[in-house]
Design a protein around this ligand. Structure first.
Ligand code: CA
Length: 229
């Protein structure tokens, strides 16, 4: 459940906002002064702040600025004066939205909902992002260790995956078989540079349309290999 903080000195307005937001399924806390509101906003976990501009103690300008220095949660600023709203917009304090009092409770709920949705999408997209390498029809998901060729998943052994990923992440760079062997295999592992040749052949069988005429991993005769872009 999303948790909201209302910082508002007029108790009647704060209570009305709280009622409507609670009916919409939010958990709501109220603070009536700027300084106490700021303390709670910084020390507790809230998903959104509704902030009145004219407040006793520390005013809304300062509260907004101080919250923004530490948190990127949505801040909705409210004021009785249209002029003040224009002024705070001009100051660029980092508030996400502005409302002039009086406003309808349903409008407040709609705006809160929109900002929370946008914020959750923003936060969620960062948490879920995989590390992807994409070159022409090849898509390597490093996080999931999966490879897709033109959208179709192909199975790779651990070393084939590591070798393909290494080459794809360093395109147009020619590596000798020695360099590739040292890069992908442990120093003391059994095998030699012929292992590299075998793995390149297997990778090509999975990614190339025509292994006799490779479009991705190119052989540089007498030197080694490079991933073409
Ligand atoms: Ca006020």
């Amino acid at each position: 459940m999303s948790r909201l903080l209302i910082i508002e000195d007029e108790a009647e307005i704060a209570d009305l906002e709280k009622d409507y937001l609670e009916m919409s399924g939010y958990e709501v806390e109220i603070e009536h002064a700027g300084d106490t509101g700021l303390t709670r906003a910084l020390s507790e976990k809230f998903d959104l702040i509704i902030l009145d501009l004219m407040l006793p103690g520390v005013d809304g300008f300062e509260v907004c600025k101080r919250i923004r220095e530490e948190k990127n949660i949505p801040i909705l600023m409210v004021s009785a004066k249209k002029d003040d709203i224009d002024k705070i917009r001009g100051l660029g304090l980092g508030a996400d939205d502005y409302m002039t009092k009086p406003f309808s409770p349903s409008e407040l709920v709609a705006r809160v909902k929109a900002h929370l949705t946008r914020y959750e999408r923003l936060v969620g997209s960062h948490a879920k992002e995989n590390d992807i390498v994409e070159i022409r029809g090849i898509r390597i998901d490093k996080t999931a260790r999966r490879v897709y060729i033109d959208g179709e998943e192909k199975t790779f052994t651990t070393k084939e995956f590591d070798l393909l990923t290494f080459l794809a992440e360093n395109p147009n760079h020619v590596y000798t078989k020695d360099e590739l062997f040292r890069e992908i295999w442990d120093m003391d592992s059994i095998g030699d540079i012929a292992t590299v040749t075998v793995h390149i052949k297997k990778i090509r069988e999975k990614i190339e349309y025509d292994t006799a005429n490779p479009q991705y991993i190119e052989t540089i005769w007498g030197v080694g290999y490079r991933f073409k872009v």
